[in-house]
Design a protein around this ligand. Structure first.
Ligand code: PEP
Ligand code: MG
Length: 577
C-alpha cells in the first residue's frame, strides 16, 4: 500500500495538479493545510504519546486538553488583529468555560467515554445557545470548534481548523466554510487551493474580493503536505509542486506586467472611447473603505447579506443604516453605489429568514422571494438604505436579487420608491427575466446580470457542484444568448444593463460583454486593471466581432479560442492568452 507521504514524494518536483482557476493571479509559497474536523467515535480511547491513557488519568487528560486548546487559541489571538483576533479570543473563552468542563468531567468520572461526554455536553450547550438566540446563538460555531480541537487532542490527531499562518503561505483545504475564512489571516494568505467548491462559490468570491490567487476543485490537492513549495497559477488553473526556476521567473514576469497595468487609472473605455463603467463588487463597509482612493468608478454590487450571515436575528434598522452609510461615505458623492437587497437562501442560508427546509433550495424561497414569507426583512432594509442616503447625501441605487417576472420587478420598485429610494433595479439571474427583459425594464430603472446564477439556472447545473463546472461556464453560448437579449432590451429602453457576476472579471469575456451591449462591468477590485487594459486595446467594432464569435460558437472552448484569435497582439502577450 502507498502511504500518503510516499504519494506526495511521487507527486513532488514539477508535478502539475489541475483545477478551476479563479482570477488571473499567481503565487509561489509553502503549503499550510486546513485540517478537517476529526471523525472520532464516541468510545475512542484517549491517547497520549500514541499510547492509551489509563482510565484513572482520563479526567486529568481532559482538563489538560481543554487548557491546552484555550492557551493555544489565546496565543494565536494575541498575535492576530481585527476580526481574526476577535474570533480566536471568543473561542478561547469558550474553551476556558468552567461550566462546560465541569459537566464533561462529571460524566467522565461517572464512567462515560471522554469523547462521548464532550459530544453530549457540547450538544446540550449548543441547543441552549441556539434557543437563547442573539449573541449566544452566534457562538455555536465557536463551541463546535472547541469540541473539534479538544477531541482531536484527546485522540492524538492534528489540530483541526484553520492553522495559524506564521509566514505567507498557500492555504490548502478540502473546502472553506464562511467561519473558516473569518479565522484566516488573509494578509498572510498567498493563495488558496481547495479540493472541492466551485469557481462561483464562497471561497472563490472571498479570494477574488481580496485579490488572492485561487484554484478550486484541484484533483490531488489532498496529497499536498505542509511545507511543500507550490506555484499556484489561477489563470492556468494549475498547482505545480516544487516549481523550477523557469516557472518561478515566468510567473514573476507576469506579476510585474499585471502590476504595470495598475498605473492606468482612467475610466473604462474602448480604444475608440466607448464608455463602459468599471465598478467593484463588495461585501462589507471595510471593502468599501479600501476603495476610497482606488481607480474604481463605483460599486456595482454590494452583497448586503454579509451583514446578516451567521446571525440568529436580522440586524436592526439603525445598525443597517450605519453600515450602509459607511459604504456610501467611503465612495463619496460622485461615485455610484448599487446595493443589492438581501439574497438569503440556497448557498447563503440565514437562520431567521429560511425557516423551512427545502428539497431544492436554489429553486425555492431565496432572494427577493423571501418577501412572501418575511416581508419585514425587505421593508426594514429599504428603510435603512433610504435613511443612509439621507444621512450621507448620496443616494444609493438599490436592486433585488432573483427576480423572475415583470410583476416582481414592479412590486420591488414600488416598495423601494415608497421607502424613499429613487433608483430601483433588479438582477437578471433567472432565464425568465432575461427572456422578458423588455417587460422587466418597463418597471425598473436598470438591470444587472448575475451571470453566476444565470449560468446555474440556464444550464440547470447547481453552482455548488464543482464537478459541473463545464456546464456552469459563462462562455456557454446559451448563457450569452440571454445576456445578449437583456442588453438589447436595455438599449431599446435606454436603460443601464450591468454585469456583476464573476464573468465580468475575465478580460476576454469583458470584451464580449461590451460587444453585446453591456454598459457597466462590476468585479473584484483586483481584476479591474486587466479588464481596463483589454478594453483600451480594442474598439467597439472589435468587441462586436468578438461577441459574434462567442455567440456563434458551438461550445465554451471554441468561443473562447475564437475570441482569443481576435485579440490584438500586445493584449495577447500581456494577458498571457
Ligand atoms: C450572480 O449570481 O452572478 C451574482 C452576482 O450574485 P451571487 O454570486 O451573490 O449569487
Ligand atoms: Mg446571484
Amino acid at each position: 500500500m502507498t502511504t500518503r507521504a510516499e504519494t506526495t514524494r511521487q507527486a513532488a518536483a514539477g508535478t502539475v495538479l489541475h483545477g478551476a482557476g479563479v482570477g488571473r493571479r499567481a503565487a509561489v509559497g509553502p503549503v499550510v493545510r486546513v485540517q478537517p474536523a476529526p471523525a472520532v467515535p464516541g468510545d475512542a480511547p484517549v491517547v497520549r504519546d500514541g499510547l492509551p491513557v489509563p482510565a484513572d488519568d482520563v479526567p486529568d487528560a481532559v482538563t489538560a486538553a481543554f487548557a491546552a486548546v484555550a492557551a493555544g487559541l489565546r496565543d494565536q489571538a494575541d498575535r492576530s488583529t481585527g476580526t481574526v483576533a476577535e474570533v480566536l479570543g471568543a473561542t478561547a473563552m469558550m474553551a476556558d468555560d468552567p461550566a462546560l468542563q465541569d459537566q464533561v468531567l462529571a460524566r467522565v468520572r461517572g464512567g462515560e467515554p471522554a469523547v462521548a461526554a464532550i459530544d453530549a455536553v457540547v450538544g446540550t450547550f449548543a441547543s441552549m445557545f441556539e434557543q437563547a438566540g442573539g449573541y449566544l446563538a452566534e457562538r455555536v460555531t465557536d463551541l463546535r470548534s472547541v469540541r473539534d480541537r479538544v477531541v482531536a487532542r484527546l485522540a492524538g490527531l492534528p489540530d483541526p481548523g484553520v492553522p495559524e499562518l506564521r509566514e505567507p503561505s498557500v492555504v490548502v483545504a478540502q473546502d472553506l466554510a464562511p467561519a473558516d475564512t473569518a479565522a484566516l489571516d488573509l494578509a498572510r494568505v498567498l493563495a488558496l487551493v481547495t479540493e472541492e467548491g466551485g469557481p462561483t462559490g464562497h471561497t472563490a468570491i472571498i479570494a477574488g474580493q481580496n485579490g488572492i490567487p485561487c484554484v478550486v476543485r484541484v484533483t490531488g490537492a489532498g496529497e499536498l503536505e505542509d511545507g511543500v513549495q507550490v506555484a499556484v497559477d489561477a489563470a492556468a488553473g494549475t498547482v505545480t509542486v516544487e516549481p523550477d526556476q523557469a516557472l518561478r521567473s515566468a510567473l514573476e514576469t507576469r506579476a510585474a506586467a499585471e502590476l504595470a497595468l495598475e498605473s492606468d487609472t482612467a475610466p473604462g473605455a474602448t480604444a475608440d472611447g466607448h464608455r463602459v463603467a468599471l465598478l467593484a463588487n463588495i461585501g462589507t463597509a471595510e471593502d468599501a473603505e479600501r476603495l476610497a482612493d482606488a481607480a474604481v468608478e463605483g460599486v456595482g454590487l454590494f452583497r448586503t447579506e454579509v451583514l446578516f450571515l451567521g446571525r440568529q436575528q436580522a440586524p436592526t434598522v439603525d445598525e443597517q443604516a450605519t453600515a450602509y452609510a459607511r459604504v456610501l461615505r467611503a465612495l463619496g458623492p460622485d461615485r455610484k453605489v448599487v446595493v443589492r437587497t438581501l439574497d438569503a437562501g440556497a448557498d447563503k442560508p440565514l437562520a431567521f429568514a429560511n425557516l423551512t427546509a427545502e428539497e431544492n433550495p436554489a429553486l425555492g424561497v431565496r432572494g427577493y422571494r423571501l418577501v412572501r414569507s418575511a416581508p419585514a426583512l425587505l421593508a426594514d432594509q429599504l428603510t435603512a438604505l433610504a435613511r443612509a442616503g439621507q444621512e450621507t447625501g448620496t443616494e444609493p441605487w438599490v436592486m433585488a436579487p432573483m427576480i423572475a417576472t415583470p410583476a416582481e420587478g414592479r412590486a420591488f420598485a414600488e416598495a423601494a420608491r415608497a421607502a424613499g429610494i429613487r433608483t430601483a433595479g433588479v438582477m437578471v439571474e433567472v432565464p425568465a427575466a432575461a427572456l422578458r427583459a423588455g417587460a422587466v425594464l418597463d418597471e425598473v430603472d436598470f438591470v444587472s446580470l448575475g451571470t453566476n446564477d444565470l449560468a446555474q439556472y440556464t444550464m440547470a447545473a447547481d453552482r455548488l457542484r464543482g464537478e459541473l463546472v463545464d456546464l456552469l461556464d459563462p462562455w456557454q453560448p446559451a448563457v450569452l444568448e440571454l445576456v445578449a437579449a437583456t442588453a438589447r432590451a436595455g438599449a431599446e429602453h435606454g436603460r443601464p444593463v450591468g454585469v456583476c457576476g464573476e464573468s465580468a472579471s475575465d478580460p476576454l469575456m469583458a470584451l464580449v460583454l461590451t460587444g453585446l451591449g453591456v454598459t457597466s462591468l462590476s468585479m473584484s477590485p483586483a481584476a479591474l486593471p486587466a479588464v481596463r487594459f483589454a478594453l483600451r486595446r480594442h474598439t467597439l467594432e472589435q468587441c462586436h466581432a468578438m461577441a459574434d464569435a462567442a455567440l456563434g460558437a458551438v461550445d465554451p472552448a471554441t468561443g473562447r479560442a475564437a475570441v482569443a484569435a481576435l485579440l490584438d497582439a500586445e493584449a495577447r502577450a500581456t494577458l498571457g492568452v
